[in-house]
Design a protein around this ligand. Structure first.
Ligand code: C5P
Length: 214
């Protein structure tokens, strides 16, 4: 079989409202980077599109920087038709400021300035042009994890969604550990349990490989 081409996104997007301020979230990029490494170790041709990350990007993996949701949409779209599987680990900011000021906004004017709009939903956008590509999303939730994850699986037209509870102590954002349940489009579930992000990434790639490419 020919080499599988995968596209992974990781990290947080930053949505600037002036040259020095932005809205974002605490994603470090650890989970996505661990998945990119696991994909490469499985022999897949791996490209990583990364937003803001607080850990070093891996050597030996093609890595593209994408700071905002708009950048991430552009960089993933440009590579989507050529990939077999997209794993969207990135914590894309849901909202962005409507206007970006060219100059630093004065403190006194801040509360008047920031009006928000939704960022483009990258998965939803790409799922419209999907043909052979497998689309995997991530859902970081603080409650009703399964219900919300399954809702996103359907709404974003995904093949599977990896869900985790980010309110748990020492799991999720910024931690080296995570706990993942994987929900498939066909109704099946795989419990990956708790582990380091590297361990979970290896389990995830093995499951995806068996499910979609064997
Ligand atoms: O809707 P929510 O942000 O919780 O969905 C999570 C999944 O959707 C993740 O895989 C994330 O990368 C992706 N996403 C996206 N575009 C957005 C927001 C989230 O592709 N604007």
């Amino acid at each position: 079989m020919r080499q599988i081409k995968c596209l992974i996104t990781a990290g947080a997007t930053r949505e600037y409202f002036d040259p020095v301020r932005f809205i974002s979230n605490p994603s470090t990029g650890k989970m996505g980077i661990a998945i990119a490494k696991a994909c490469k170790d499985s022999g897949w041709e791996t490209t990583l599109v990364i937003g803001a990350a607080s850990v070093p990007t891996p050597d030996g993996i093609e890595t593209i920087s994408a700071i905002s949701a708009e950048d991430m949409l552009r960089e993933t779209s440009a590579r989507f038709s050529d990939c077999d599987i997209l794993i969207m680990t990135a914590a894309v900011s849901d909202m962005r400021p409507k206007v970006k000021s060219a100059q630093k906004v004065k403190k006194e004017k801040l509360n008047m300035l920031v009006e928000f709009e939704q960022t483009p939903d990258i998965l939803k956008t790409l799922s419209k042009s999907k043909n052979r590509q497998i689309l995997i999303g991530f859902a970081a939730e603080t409650n009703d994890v399964e219900t919300y994850a399954k809702k996103k699986l359907k709404e974003k037209n995904l093949d599977a969604i990896a869900a985790n509870n980010v309110s748990k102590k020492d799991a999720g954002f910024a931690s080296d550990f995570n706990e993942i349940s994987l929900f498939f489009k066909d109704g099946k579930t795989a419990e990956l349990g708790r582990g380091t992000k590297d361990e979970l990434a290896q389990k995830l790639v093995k499951i995806l490989s068996e499910k979609f490419f064997s």
